[in-house]
Design a protein around this ligand. Structure first.
Ligand code: GLU
Length: 416
């Protein structure tokens, strides 16, 4: 035990705060009954994909349904994915589509809310305090394996058809002594910090996904990395710490994370955190003209995958949101038919009404929804929206509209 304590001091000599301190700093939220806390947590790539906007809308609507909190957290632990002014790209993307945040990043540097910092790179001391605590409890350890050693192990595991990763007999540094770790660190060796997993190969874990239903999977047995060589956390670890301390109640995220959920359940458990509810969203798909099948909306192949496309082409924002709600919730269209003039905010969104397989994106249908939306506007409103759009994207049309305002309005009033 004292070995663990010495190890923790060796790895984190400057970390004096404890998990208890952070528990107090970020207390449980005072929420009314049924209110949910959700978040949108993009990497600051500067590019907002339609699939991400869809996920953000789902999170926002889930929080809105019962008067909860929706916040924006920037996940910038992967420096490779980052671009200059990437945060603004995400912030403005949400703003353009009227998705307001209650907390989180407002610009590259500004934020609002009491549960920040809302940028992961500014949370390093928080992650360190939690890892230090795990090391002290013998639940995490420094691992000095080199890239070559790890790829050697992977090759061996592939050849022997074994589960790839660092666990059991492959976890060479699991029981490293304080003396050996000190010697290696003093001689400048680099290391990551890994979880000491107590998972068992034959055990199963289960959770009730709010979209997909009950999911049962093998328990995690991997000694996953918690902190990388430069001290930044992995997605897994940051997810557990951040969503706990920011008091997220419902984690809505892409379904590519389902396979990692057993790792997350284990982390919540060893950290002593309550597990949030999960809702895994299938990717937004489209019909593929070439194959006749369905495929993910692709940034490379489909111009409509970029949210800027809708602004540039001139779709009214409300129509895009209305359309996204149509494909997000199976009962939306019916509601709209019964409530033709109701504000979008009056629709009560529900995760349980989402498609398990993924929403199907269809520009023809979007055009239809837009047409219907525009037909509810007055000639004045159509004129204002058109000139606003033309001012930025079609100066000639802008001139034409503004020079002939009355005439343009009379045209926009036809069939109304
Ligand atoms: N940064 C992660 C992603 O972009 C967030 C996933 C999540 O919402 O937890 O995939």
């Amino acid at each position: 035990m004292s070995d663990n304590r010495d190890m923790a001091e060796l790895l984190f000599p400057n970390i004096t705060k404890t998990p208890d301190d952070f528990e107090q700093e970020y207390p449980k939220r005072n929420l009314s009954d049924g209110a949910r806390v959700t978040r949108f947590a993009p990497s600051p790539t500067g590019f907002l994909h339609m699939g991400s906007l869809f996920a953000a809308l789902v999170a926002k609507r889930t929080a809105m349904a019962d008067g909860g909190v929706f916040f924006l957290r920037i996940e910038d632990t992967d420096k490779k994915r980052e671009v200059e002014n990437g945060v603004s790209g995400m912030v403005n993307g949400l703003k353009d589509f009227g998705i307001e945040i209650d907390e989180g990043m407002l610009s590259e540097t500004q934020s609002k809310g009491n549960y920040g910092p809302y940028v992961q790179s500014q949370r390093t001391p928080i992650y360190a305090a939690y890892v230090k605590d795990l090391v002290q409890k013998g639940l995490a350890y420094p691992c000095f394996m080199t890239e070559e050693e790890i790829s050697g192990i992977r090759e061996r595991q592939e050849a022997e058809k074994k589960l790839p990763g660092i666990y059991g007999e492959y976890a060479k540094y699991r029981d490293i002594s304080y003396e050996e770790a000190k010697k290696r660190i003093d001689s400048g060796e680099e290391y990551v910090v890994r979880l000491h997993s107590h998972g068992k190969e034959d055990n199963k874990v289960a959770f009730d996904d709010l979209i997909k239903g009950r999911i049962e999977m093998p328990e995690n047995i991997l000694d996953v990395v918690l902190l990388k060589k430069d001290g930044t956390p992995t997605y897994h670890f940051a997810h557990a710490v951040d969503d706990h301390l920011m008091r997220t109640t419902d984690v809505t995220r892409g379904d590519e994370w389902i396979s990692s959920t057993p790792i997350h359940l284990q982390l919540f458990s060893v950290l002593g955190f309550e597990v949030p509810r999960y809702a895994h969203i299938a990717p937004v798909q489209k019909e593929d003209a070439e194959t006749g099948g369905k495929r993910k909306l692709s940034k490379r192949k489909d111009p409509e995958a970029a949210v800027d496309y809708y602004k540039e082409v001139g779709y009214p924002i409300e129509a895009v949101i209305e359309y996204l709600l149509t494909i997000a919730n199976s009962n939306f269209e019916e509601w709209r038919m019964e409530n033709r003039t109701a504000e979008l905010d009056e629709f009560k969104f529900s995760l349980s009404k989402m498609s398990k397989a993924g929403a199907l994106f269809d520009l023809v249908k979007l055009n239809d929804v837009s047409k219907n939306y525009i037909s509810t506007l007055s000639a004045e409103e159509v004129f204002d929206l058109s000139t606003e759009w033309a001012k930025e994207y079609n100066p000639k049309l802008y001139e034409c509209l503004t020079d002939n305002e009355e005439y343009a309005k009379s045209i926009f009033a036809i069939e109304r």
